[in-house]
Design a protein around this ligand. Structure first.
Ligand SMILES: O=C(O)COP(=O)(O)O
Ligand SMILES: [Mg+2]
Length: 228
């Protein structure tokens, strides 16, 4: 029987990336003489990759960009963000201990983010976390990003696993919809980035800290998936 798999979202789920995302976004806004987006505005912008975040950030600042301008600013954003990707971004409390527990119990762990794969790898490398994961899937790894099922099913496949023994853990509607599309259960964290509380989005379980992940998985997967 293949090992059970936990597929994790990255921004707002494993790592609190908001400060560095916001700093790079605000650098680009500032270069256009626009005021900064406050920290509590970020949850409306993140979840569908950096390009969408930038577009929404400029919409929020009341500036309309044509596609050519957007591309120039997107390059500027990527350059700044990749140079400053782990300045203040840190794992959420208890994350590493929780992941250790699953790994020791024989689970395989995967990342499935809508960040560009290169940025996701750079972030995880700088935080010393790359070796925890059997595979790292970004928004550009497959033809379609989340909320399509493709990157989740691709992650499971690259782990040598089976969707019937896999669970998704995420922080946004994008993750919940992608898990539904892939027909796997989904646990939502309530400390991530979402304009709508995850309790209103219909995940199978909601957790408020990484300490609650193990019991939630046992409870949810019961006799099927949780047994390594
Ligand atoms: O960077 C984003 O917009 C989304 O990233 P996530 O899929 O890891 O939440
Ligand atoms: Mg997220």
């Amino acid at each position: 029987m293949p090992a059970p798999i936990l597929v994790f979202d990255l921004d707002g789920t494993l790592v609190d990336t908001a400060p560095d995302l916001l700093a790079s976004l605000n650098t680009v806004l500032e270069a256009r003489s626009l005021g900064p987006i406050p920290m509590d505005g970020l949850s409306k912008l993140v979840g569908q990759g950096a390009r969408v975040m930038l577009q929404r950030g400029f919409d929020m600042a009341g500036e309309h960009l044509d596609p050519a301008e957007m591309e120039v600013l997107f390059s500027a954003f990527l350059e700044h963000y990749s140079q400053n990707i782990a300045v203040a971004s840190r794992p959420f409390p208890g994350m590493e201990t929780a992941l250790d527990r699953f790994s020791e119990a024989g689970w395989k762990l995967a990342v499935c983010t809508n960040k560009l794969e290169g940025l996701a790898r750079k972030l995880l490398e700088e935080l010393g976390m790359t070796s925890r994961f059997a595979t790292i899937i970004g928004g550009d790894t497959f033809a379609k990003p989340k909320p399509d099922a493709m990157p989740i099913l691709g992650a499971i496949d690259r782990c040598g696993g089976d969707p019937s023994r896999a669970l998704m853990v995420g922080d946004s509607i994008t993750d919940i919809d992608a898990a539904r599309a892939a027909r796997i259960p989904v646990i939502a964290v309530d400390f991530g980035y979402t304009p709508v509380p995850v309790t209103e989005l219909g995940p199978d379980r909601v957790i408020s800290s990484f300490d609650a992940l193990w019991p939630a998985v046992q409870d949810l997967a019961g006799t099927e998936t949780a047994q390594a």
